[in-house]
Design a protein around this ligand. Structure first.
Ligand code: ADP
Ligand code: MG
Length: 645
């Protein structure tokens, strides 16, 4: 199947930073090697002819330095023009230093400066490009075509964007599922690793949901399209990945904003450095000019510029391989600085697939009729509780009822002159002793209890149990150890919430919460503890996800809240969240290590230069060497720490 590839430079456009530009153009690389060869030639010729040797070095500066001059001078002019103020960059400093070296006849050192600087930048680009390619590898998996089945049974291959909801598609073995839908016929196993990172294929048959962007195994099946190709889970994931390219961390963007200012100061100081030589330190003009060139090289913030950008890209890349998608590096800085984290209960800490464990219906009433009413009501809800109730109670007669759905409360209807309601126990006032006792008993076991009422009097009770999600307990204890305040927010009853909260070990349980109040609670947490994250799985969590400093969505099988989330766990596995938090801490550490190191190197070089212990060659080597060290340090973010959790 043909795959659509998204040109990488589209993503590069997201950064306007000079260091992230693609230096890897063919011409640039050829010119670099020409320059490198010229540099070697100059070196060899040095003994025999100083004229030819100088010419070779100048040729080397012009060819290897082609993109440095272009970016240094070109971007400075362009950026200054659009910002309406002087916006010089590091390349400008380097181009200036090389020009200065040539002016004072130091051809060899000028060539050396350019060749090493260019080589270091190729390396930086390669590393950042590699991280980016890993992040965007998903984009290549975007489905492009579908095999549509017409009512007369004929099939035709069409572009995926013409497929409409309700269409029937055929998916052959080994092909990509074009969009989201449900299986109409056929059995197969589907590799869903592209949307949830799960490598073991899932068995699917009639009625099961399939997702666009996943890969069909050995069976052929037909499916009914349930979502437009732009609305699929996969396309939401892709949007997120694209956005992650746009925002780097706060530190990284701060450094980027500071670069022109910093370079401007360096340039403003340049005349003083030049004049200080002869007038204060008693150097000759030639020495002073030379040391001014070394000054330009020493202070240029190459390593500093690489400090945060490379580290952030490597971190995002590492996380995306683990099934954690980040909307932008900025959220990683926020993640490491969290003071509190709140979790929705159903579907987030529990797996959202409750089962009915106990039930009681009033004796003396027609049990079959009660069940028929109950099932007819729940059929009109897509709540996890509804699904559990429908599967547990077989109906004798399918009733057509007009049902009102009160989100987060329950359902109500009328049937032959009586009103019926199913929902939260607290919403009922006329409850006999026996139901109250049973409710207490089941809730204390961590079960969700719902009451069934006729004309507002409780006549039935259903208890449902949900299992805790994989690694929920370990993740909670990880966050507690990391010093975060952990809260479970649930619409369920107080006692049930507290029992589950105790099992899982959260610091605080806020129960009986209406969906519209979740965001308010997050706000209160922010006021009390500071930066707060919210983890949720459903559309009713969306406002809270938006309010939180970091909104985290459980990606499996959902989709709506991915739009508003800052972070998505593609698989509902909380250990991945703890991992992301740990990695964000490490990212912060490495970024600051890099920044401190870069500053120390700059200060050392400047001091040595003032003491006359520096020349262009050593300056360039130390300077670029430090940039490479910073990048190598950033690369540590690609590695998975041996133990997390
Ligand atoms: P959560 O916050 O745990 O995801 P919700 O806010 O969705 O829970 O629901 C809160 C409560 O409302 C449930 O515990 C249940 O008592 C009641 N409820 C909601 N929808 C239904 C339904 N379809 N059938 C029965 N009870 C429901
Ligand atoms: Mg929920």
């Amino acid at each position: 199947m043909e795959k659509r590839s998204v040109p990488l430079h589209d993503l590069d456009n997201a950064h306007s930073h000079e260091h992230v530009h693609n230096h890897g153009g063919k011409l640039t690389i050829i010119l670099f090697f020409v320059g490198f060869a010229a540099f070697l030639a100059g070196f060899i010729l040095e003994g025999s002819s100083s004229f030819y040797s100088s010419m070779a070095f100048i040729l080397s500066v012009v060819t290897a330095g082609y993109h440095i001059i272009l970016e240094g001078v070109g971007d400075t002019i362009r950026n200054s023009h659009s910002a309406k103020k002087f916006q010089p960059n590091v390349h400008f400093l380097m181009a200036l230093a090389a020009a200065g070296a040539i002016v004072i006849g130091k051809y060899e050192e000028a060539a050396m400066l350019i060749v090493i600087f260019a080589a270091a930048h190729f390396l930086e680009d390669y590393v950042d490009g590699k991280s980016k390619r890993e992040i965007t590898h998903l984009l290549n998996l975007n489905p492009t075509e579908a095999r549509i089945v017409y009512p007369d049974g004929s099939t035709q291959i069409v572009p995926v964007d013409v497929v409409k909801t309700g269409d029937t598609l055929q998916v052959l073995n080994g092909a990509q599922v074009p969009t989201d839908g449900v299986i109409l016929s056929g059995n197969t196993a589907i590799d869903e690793s592209s949307i949830n990172g799960e490598s073991i294929p899932k068995e699917k048959t009639f009625g099961d949901e399939v997702y666009g962007g996943t890969i069909n195994g050995s069976g052929t099946f037909t499916m009914k399209v349930t979502k437009d190709s732009s609305e699929t889970v996969f396309s939401k994931i892709l949007q997120l990945v694209r956005q992650s390219q746009e925002s780097l961390t706060k530190t990284a963007t701060l450094i980027q904003r500071l670069e022109p200012k910093y370079v401007t100061i360096v340039l403003a100081l340049f005349p003083f450095v030049l004049l200080a030589g002869p007038y204060i330190f008693g150097w000759s003009w030639e020495v002073s000019l030379y040391r001014s060139m070394v000054y330009l090289i020493s202070v240029s913030p190459c390593a500093l510029a690489a400090s945060a950008v490379s580290t952030t890209l490597a971190t995002i890349s590492n996380l995306s391989k683990k099934g954690v998608l980040v909307k932008g590096g900025a959220y990683l800085s926020k993640l490491q600085g969290l003071k509190a984290i709140s979790f929705d209960k159903t579907g987030t800490l529990t797996n959202g697939k409750p089962v009915v464990t106990d039930f009681v219906f009033e004796q003396g009433l027609d049990q079959n009729e009660l069940i028929d009413i109950l099932v007819a009501m729940e059929k009109q809800s897509n709540h996890p509780l509804a699904t559990a109730i429908i599967t547990s109670f077989p109906e004798t007669r399918a009733l057509q009822l007009d049902v009102a759905n009160q989100v987060g409360r329950g359902l109500s209807t009328n049937y032959v002159g009586n009103s019926y309601r199913i929902g939260k126990p607290v919403s009922f006032e006329k409850v006999s002793f026996i139901y109250k006792e049973k409710e207490k008993q089941f809730s204390a076991e961590g079960k969700t209890v719902v009451f069934f009422g006729k004309n507002e009097t409780v006549i039935g009770l259903i208890a449902l149990m949900d299992v805790l999600i994989q690694d929920a307990k370990a993740a909670i204890s990880y966050f507690k150890e990391a010093g975060l305040h952990t809260t479970m927010i649930t619409g369920d009853a107080k006692l049930t919430g507290e029992t589950v909260g105790k099992q899982i070990g959260v610091d605080e349980v806020i129960a009986n919460v209406m969906p519209e109040d979740k965001a308010k609670i997050v706000k209160e947490q922010q006021e009390e503890y500071g930066s707060t994250a919210m983890l949720g799985d459903g559309i009713n969590d969306a406002p809270a996800l938006v309010t939180a400093d970091v909104g985290i969505a459980m990606g499996e099988g959902t989709g709506v809240e991915i739009d508003v989330a800052d972070l998505v766990l593609m698989k509902n596995d909380l250990s991945k969240l703890a991992y992301a938090h740990q990695l964000s801490k490490k990212m912060d550490k490495i970024t600051w290590q890099n920044i401190a190191f870069s500053i120390v190197v700059v200060l050392t070089l400047v001091t040595l230069n003032l003491l006359g212990k520096m020349d262009i060659t050593i300056g360039v080597i130390l300077h670029e060497g430090s940039t490479i060290l910073v990048i190598l340090n950033a690369l540590r973010m690609l590695k998975t720490p041996k133990k997390y959790l």
